[in-house]
Write a protein that binds this ligand. Structure first.
Ligand SMILES: NC(=O)C1=CN([C@@H]2O[C@H](COP(=O)(O)OP(=O)(O)OC[C@H]3O[C@@H](n4cnc5c(N)ncnc54)[C@H](O)[C@@H]3O)[C@@H](O)[C@H]2O)[C@@H](O)CC1
Ligand SMILES: Nc1ncnc2c1ncn2[C@@H]1O[C@H](COP(=O)(O)OP(=O)(O)OP(=O)(O)O)[C@@H](O)[C@H]1O
Ligand SMILES: [Mg+2]
Length: 346
């Protein structure tokens, strides 16, 4: 996205829904990745007890203690979830993308409220990323997202297995595919598994994280295999979700024609693998939402892996999730870069 004189917020307003008494790091890493990649406004909607803590990590984030839990309601067994979701739902129309799940925890009240937020975000066609405990909500009630094309799921190997089981599909995950003979065969099995799960969920986009990331929308599958680092510290998945949040916000700006991309209009909506391939290979024509969603997923995955590689090069086995945060901008510059002739020092 070209940087130009603009209004505050135009280059992306992203909110992370997550953060509870147990986990304050995950929402911070995710929201900072969004901010460092380049969105204008990075919010965190978290549980009351997490809010002051997350605020002390960074004054750049806007942290709202509006996520209810069993501790903040009178009777956790008798709640009106949609009413409790009101303060979050009230902010949705001002946001371009949501990241749901980092450090959300598994409190029953919280999960019910977030399910209501998911329903409303879908109604308003707001794109979202689901990860960690956000995936648990979908595992329990897949109908919430079935057929919603504006979302990306980012399961790790364990979360992928749980989702597949919930959907009643027999798939061999990356771990199971390990036993297969050739590398090509392994990759093809993994793509099949990811494609089947995506299809079972009505075409949502899935990034199955692992030694390489498999990305699928049920029709088209990509492999993201930019080299990563050798350490898997907790919290690296949060750099991925935050990066995806900003990519989704920029994607919305692209489709809203916020800037003149110089491309010709394209009345054909890419559906098939071949359509997507043609759009990716031809320059000068606007891309369809299916193509840009896959591109956003691929970019988020590649940036995260490059962050991990750079951080590992510097820190070795002492690497922590916060080391990836510092690599988001350099990774963006090395993998994508600014458009030629643009003045980035406004
Ligand atoms: N600093 C923080 O605040 C962090 C908070 N986190 C939060 O912690 C909560 C629980 O997340 P968990 O990821 O522990 O989820 P789960 O409690 O579902 O546990 C998944 C388990 O699978 C294991 N696993 C992951 N990848 C694996 C692989 N390739 N092979 C074998 N085992 C694998 C993990 O080590 C973990 O023990 C979430 O809310 C999450 O966002 C984590 O993201 C880690 C960082
Ligand atoms: N074995 C691996 N080699 C290289 N990169 C990997 C490997 N496993 C995961 N990754 C990358 O690390 C990122 C985070 O994936 P990971 O599987 O660690 O997620 P997670 O278990 O959800 O992490 P978190 O601790 O944040 O919850 C992904 O972008 C993925 O590409
Ligand atoms: Mg995770």
């Amino acid at each position: 996205m070209r940087l130009m004189v603009k209004l505050l917020g135009q280059h992306g307003r992203v909110a992370v829904i997550g953060g509870c008494a147990d986990y304050t790091g995950a929402p911070y890493f995710s929201a900072m990745a969004s901010a460092k990649l380049g969105c204008d406004m990075s919010h965190v909607f978290c549980e009351r007890s997490a809010a002051q803590v997350v605020k002390t990590y960074s004054p750049n984030l806007m942290v709202h203690p509006i996520l209810p839990s069993s501790d903040s309601v009178k009777d956790p067994k008798s709640i009106n979830a949609s009413e409790l979701a009101g303060p979050i739902i009230g902010m949705l129309s001002r946001l371009h993308a949501l990241v749901i799940g980092p450090g959300l925890g598994r409190d029953g009240v919280t999960l019910q409220v977030v399910a209501e937020v998911i329903k409303e975000a879908r109604k308003q066609s707001i794109p979202f990323v689901l990860d960690a405990d956000g995936l648990l909500i979908v595992t329990q009630d897949p109908e919430l997202i079935k057929g919603y094309k504006e979302c990306i799921l980012t399961p790790n190997v364990v979360e992928f297995g749980r989702l597949a089981k919930a959907l009643g599909i027999q798939v061999s995950s990356q771990a199971q595919a390990e036993s297969k003979s050739s590398e090509d065969e392994k990759i093809s099995k993994e793509s099949d598994a990811c494609e089947q799960l995506s299809k079972a969920l009505g075409g949502v986009t899935i990034i199955q994280k692992g030694p390489h990331d498999v990305i699928s929308n049920g029709v088209t599958s990509l492999i993201s295999n930019v080299q990563g680092g050798l350490k898997r510290s907790g919290g690296q998945g949060d750099t991925l979700t935050g990066s995806l949040g900003t990519m989704l916000a920029w994607r919305a700006a692209y489709h809203d024609k916020l800037w003149d991309s110089g491309e010709k209009d394209n009345s054909h909506d890419a559906q098939s693998k071949e359509d997507v391939q043609v759009e990716l290979e031809s320059e000068g024509k606007r891309m369809s939402p299916a193509t840009t969603l896959l591109l956003a997923a691929w970019a988020g995955s590649s940036i995260t892996r490059e962050c991990s590689r750079r951080a590992f090069q510097k820190k070795g086995r002492s690497l922590q999730a916060s080391d990836l945060t510092e690599e988001v901008h350099p990774s963006f510059l090395s993998l994508i870069g600014e458009p030629e002739g643009s003045n980035t020092h406004l």
